[in-house]
Design a binder for this molecule. Structure first.
Ligand code: SF4
Length: 354
């Protein structure tokens, strides 16, 4: 990834973008693209992984349906959530499979192992007013499932917790813990309606990182009603702990209360990618599947490729061409609703990491 000139191409990334048909009408920030090009030599030969499913629903953005078969998400509260954050209002729980009792989870997982060769699952749920999810009664079932099917990869949306509860999660056999890291107090109070400090999010991350679980925090760009506010602080928090990987997603105003969220500026998202790459140089930084569609997504994905992120879930048209145009080595992974993290494939659904 040295920005070398390919035959017949200009040396300037900004000019090369204009030759890519799906990006013809994209509105790139020339200064930002130039900044990404200048930083490229430091990221030399770092490959990018495009995670794409092999079936047609991908074309239509039908993500929930595909996620159910390969790496389904279960909600222990079905569609219920006491927080009702402004950006989500529990809508993210709707496509998840209800598992409102440990027995229900056990039965459904065992059925899926037999019928669909299940490789793993995500356990999630709505949270209480303190942004906590009470998973404890599910741990004996998780232990049993891991004992009977050691190949199963189990991921969990941790929500907020302390060290004791992180250790219980680890002892049950959970492989991967995910949480949203929020860096602005205003966002916690106004968007989440939550009376807890930013420090509690960092304490949760620290507690998870003190275990042997793979910890994959998420940062939602534009969580503050479509504006970027606490993302830089969230990056700082993530950079201070031995996380396994970082997933960036972009707010989807579609799920929010009508008229309350704007669609974040793509250049602001691109700058966040640059910052994320700079502050977390030694671990995987991935673009997860939640982001606005259309030209916004094409532009966002092009920035992700140019900023040196390590992977993109469900890349938009043009992303592969951008990688080719700037000489980034790439890999394609046919996987559904998942991103390969390290040697393993874990689910990174378009969802709340509560
Ligand atoms: S983001 Fe999580 S906690 Fe907030 S409403 Fe959605 S499910 Fe509930």
């Amino acid at each position: 990834m040295d920005g070398s000139i390919l035959p017949g191409r200009t040396s300037d990334w900004f000019d090369r973008l204009s030759e890519i048909e799906p990006l013809e009408d994209a509105d790139f920030d020339a200064a930002l693209v130039a900044e990404m090009q200048r930083a490229a030599p430091a990221l030399r030969d770092r490959p990018i992984r495009f995670s794409t499913p092999t079936f047609k629903e991908y074309e239509t953005g039908e993500l929930a349906g595909c996620g159910k078969n390969s790496f389904p998400a279960f909600s222990i509260t079905a569609g219920g959530c006491a927080l009702m954050c402004d950006h989500c209002q529990a809508s993210i729980l709707e496509p998840m499979i209800p598992a409102t009792s440990p027995e229900m989870l056990d039965r459904k997982v065992r059925d899926l192992v037999l019928l669909q060769d299940l490789q793993g699952f995500l356990l999630s749920g709505g949270s209480n007013r303190r942004n906590e999810i009470a998973y404890e009664r599910y741990y004996p079932v998780i232990e049993g499932l891991k004992r009977d099917f050691p190949h199963l990869k189990i991921a969990i949306h941790s929500a907020l917790l302390d060290e004791r509860r992180a250790r219980l999660m680890e002892s049950a056999g959970v492989d991967t813990a995910m949480m949203d890291v929020i860096g602005a107090q205003e966002t916690i109070e106004q968007v989440y309606h939550l009376d807890r400090p930013v420090d509690d999010f960092e304490a949760t991350l620290a507690a998870l990182c003190s275990t042997s679980m793979e910890v994959v925090p998420h940062i939602v760009a534009g969580l503050h009603y479509g504006r970027l506010l606490g993302e830089a602080n969230a990056l700082d928090i993530c950079s201070r702990h031995p996380i396994h990987a970082l997933v960036l997603v972009v707010i989807m105003p579609f799920y929010a209360k009508a008229g309350t969220f704007e669609t974040p500026d793509t250049a602001a998202i691109g700058r966040l990618f640059v910052e994320a790459r700079r502050r977390i140089p030694d671990r995987q930084v991935l673009l997860g599947c939640a982001r606005p569609a259309g030209m916004h997504k094409r532009t966002t994905d092009a920035y992700a490729v140019m900023a040196g992120l390590d992977g993109i879930a469900f890349p938009a048209d043009g992303a592969v061409a951008v990688a080719e145009a700037i000489g980034r080595p790439m890999e394609q992974q046919h996987a559904c609703c998942s991103i390969k993290v390290g040697g393993e494939t874990v689910a990174v659904p378009a969802s709340c990491a509560a």
